[in-house]
Design a protein around this ligand. Structure first.
Ligand code: AHR
Length: 313
């Protein structure tokens, strides 16, 4: 799908023309979800550093893990008459009213990182992020191979209602469904946070004792928190409990090289350059890809140590 002619006309008339007429730098509002993980820190950094390089006047808002804060930030960007809005939505639903306000004001919205569910696809210009569904599937396929399709799994979910938690959970469940010997025996949210991962893993260990064979964590931060809980319980992460995770942040890849995490599927957060290229194209009235996904890899014992020196985040 391409941008609609309606959107193009609006942008050409009010957005690009206005930006050209004034010598003022491009003003972009970025509503970030929060600062819950190392992935998020790397993503915020990529957006800020690239904006500075390009002389963009970036209005950065940290939503602190609350959708209402992000909605408030969007309203403030609209009031400030920014040229474009970039939104990394905490959860999938509940955005339509504020996106309608942005559309009415003639401000294009680029959705990044996490997708949204909307009744009106014309409310945003395009999406840039990772394919969370593919990541969950990669984790399941790797695990089935590693374990021969057998084991009791506990799952640490991300933020409830968020696209990565929804997609990674569903894709993993579908992926292991072909292996009746692989069973998810418990699944709780650790909110993508290290503290959340530790607390929930402690509860899993208390409840299930030593019958847990596998941990599937929706991100590295929760896996790293869980590792602490596993070690405190006198068990060896990566050996007594196989750990498969997502993100491949430096500390996660290091844990793979150390044998504490067995596999981490990459989710690349460094898309500042791509976002600003796309904003410029949208403001210039060019046709952009409706949904564009970053390319992700997988790290396990075979390639983690070699990857570490080149890891950018
Ligand atoms: O939306 C991307 C996810 O959000 C990352 O996997 C996780 O670490 C982050 O907090």
């Amino acid at each position: 799908m391409k941008t609609t002619p309606w959107f193009k006309t609006l942008l050409l008339t009010f957005g690009f023309a206005a930006a050209l007429a004034s010598a003022a730098p491009l003003k972009i509002g970025f509503a970030q979800t929060g600062a819950e993980s190392a992935w998020r820190a790397a993503n915020s950094e990529s957006m800020k550093v690239e904006a500075a390089k390009r002389g963009i006047d970036l209005k950065f808002s940290d939503g602190q893990g609350k959708q209402e804060n992000q909605i408030r930030a969007l309203r403030s960007f609209i009031a400030q008459k920014v040229d474009a809005i970039v939104l990394a939505p905490l959860v999938e639903t509940g955005w339509d009213p504020v996106l309608r306000d942005a559309k009415r004001a003639g401000i294009p919205v680029i959705i990044t990182d996490r997708s949204i569910q909307t009744a009106d696809e014309s409310l945003y210009a395009c999406f840039i992020g990772s394919d969370f569904f593919a990541e969950g599937r990669m984790a399941a396929e790797w695990l089935a191979k590693k374990t021969g399709g057998k084991g009791r799994i506990v799952e640490l979910q991300g933020t409830p209602g968020s696209a990565p938690a929804n997609d990674r959970r569903k894709a993993f469940a579908e992926g292991i469904a072909k292996y009746p010997g692989l069973q998810v025996i418990d699944s709780q949210s650790g909110d993508f946070r290290r503290t959340g991962g530790k607390e929930v893993m402690e509860a899993f260990l208390k409840k299930h004792g030593k019958i847990i064979d596998i941990l599937y964590a929706h991100n590295d931060d929760m896996a790293l928190g869980a590792i602490q809980a596993i070690e405190e319980a006198g068990l060896k992460p990566g050996t007594d409990i196989v750990i498969v995770s997502i993100d491949a942040v430096r500390e996660g890849v290091q844990a793979v090289a150390d044998g504490k995490i067995n596999c981490t599927v990459e989710c690349n957060p460094l898309f500042g350059p791509k976002v600003y290229d796309t904003v410029a194209a949208v403001l210039a009235g060019k046709t952009v890809e409706r949904k564009s996904y970053n390319k992700d890899e997988l790290f396990d014992a075979t390639n983690s140590a070699a990857a570490l020196p080149k890891r950018q985040y």
